[in-house]
Design a protein around this ligand. Structure first.
Ligand SMILES: *[C@@H]1O[C@H](CO)[C@@H](O)[C@H](O)[C@H]1NC(C)=O
Ligand SMILES: *[C@@H]1O[C@H](CO)[C@@H](O)[C@H](O)[C@H]1NC(C)=O
Ligand SMILES: *[C@@H]1O[C@H](CO)[C@@H](O)[C@H](O)[C@H]1NC(C)=O
Ligand SMILES: *[C@@H]1O[C@H](CO)[C@@H](O)[C@H](O)[C@H]1NC(C)=O
Length: 215
């Protein structure tokens, strides 16, 4: 445990010195992802041009599917900018093409999410879904990221259900907000450091997952 704490402190220091070298003013926000993205399961290739297009915010077809347990599944999100009306929906089948193919998952709705990580446990999948069934999980939310108006954003993660007993991958499921890692001294220029804090939050969270698995 002592080693674990030392490692965390080293990581915090490394990230803070890195953040101090960042140029300035929002440049640091990632251009590799939208304001909210799937951390697990993996989402389709992101593009700024398509991320407001329903139902999946991507020009890509379902390609790389993540194995997903029939029971005790979860969706882990990374948030780099405050967003609203976050909804998670699912379409059973190989290639959903429209909004109407998706149905909302009960309880999978958040009025607001803040920078950091959030993970939602999914209810058990319906009986008709069995080992080998394909589905697409959709993320839909509102954000004013990079603009002065709210827009709807979409992302999709393609999955294949597997028997829970055969599913051994630890899901990186944790909640953490970037504010938890911002020292008071830094808080005047938080936005510049935002994506470092999100990255740091990711590492700390993963470290926590690993520690939980090991200890
Ligand atoms: C599948 O994953 C590979 C490697 O990450 C990537 O190069 C490829 O573009 C992905 N295919 C699709 C259809 O997303
Ligand atoms: C699920 O998708 C994969 C490829 O994405 C495909 O090879 C497989 O046949 C699909 N399974 C079903 C049950 O349709
Ligand atoms: C977008 O919507 C949220 C929630 O309703 C609101 O707090 C925010 O100010 C809006 N942003 C803009 C630019 O209108
Ligand atoms: C994370 O927070 C959300 C919203 O408060 C909650 O529904 C979810 O269960 C939490 N997840 C974990 C892993 O604690």
């Amino acid at each position: 445990m002592h080693f674990f704490r030392t490692t965390i402190v080293a990581l915090i220091l490394a990230f803070q010195s890195r953040a101090a070298e960042e140029p300035a003013h929002g440049e640091a926000e990632s251009k590799e992802m939208g304001p909210v993205a799937f951390m697990w399961p993996s989402d389709r290739v992101w593009s700024e041009k398509t991320d407001n297009a329903p139902p999946c915010g991507s020009a890509a077809q379902p390609g790389n599917r993540t194995n997903f347990p029939l029971m005790r599944g979860a969706v882990a999100l990374v948030i780099q900018d405050e967003s609203w009306n976050v909804e998670v929906a699912v379409a059973y089948g190989n290639n959903p093409v429209s909004e109407s193919d998706f149905s909302g998952i009960r309880g999978m709705r958040a009025d607001e999410v803040n920078e950091g990580h959030v993970c939602y446990a999914l209810p058990e999948s319906p009986r008709a879904v069995t080992d080998g069934s394909n589905a697409t999980i959709q993320l839909k939310y509102t954000s004013d990221f990079g603009t002065d108006k709210n827009q709807t954003f979409y992302a999709c993660a393609d999955i294949t259900y597997v028997d829970s007993a055969a599913f051994t991958t630890p899901i990186p499921c944790f909640n953490v907000t970037s504010e938890e890692f911002v020292t008071p001294k830094e808080s005047g220029s938080v936005s510049v450091h935002r994506h470092w804090n999100v990255a740091l939050a990711a590492i700390l969270g993963l470290a926590a997952v690993v520690a939980a698995a090991v200890l």
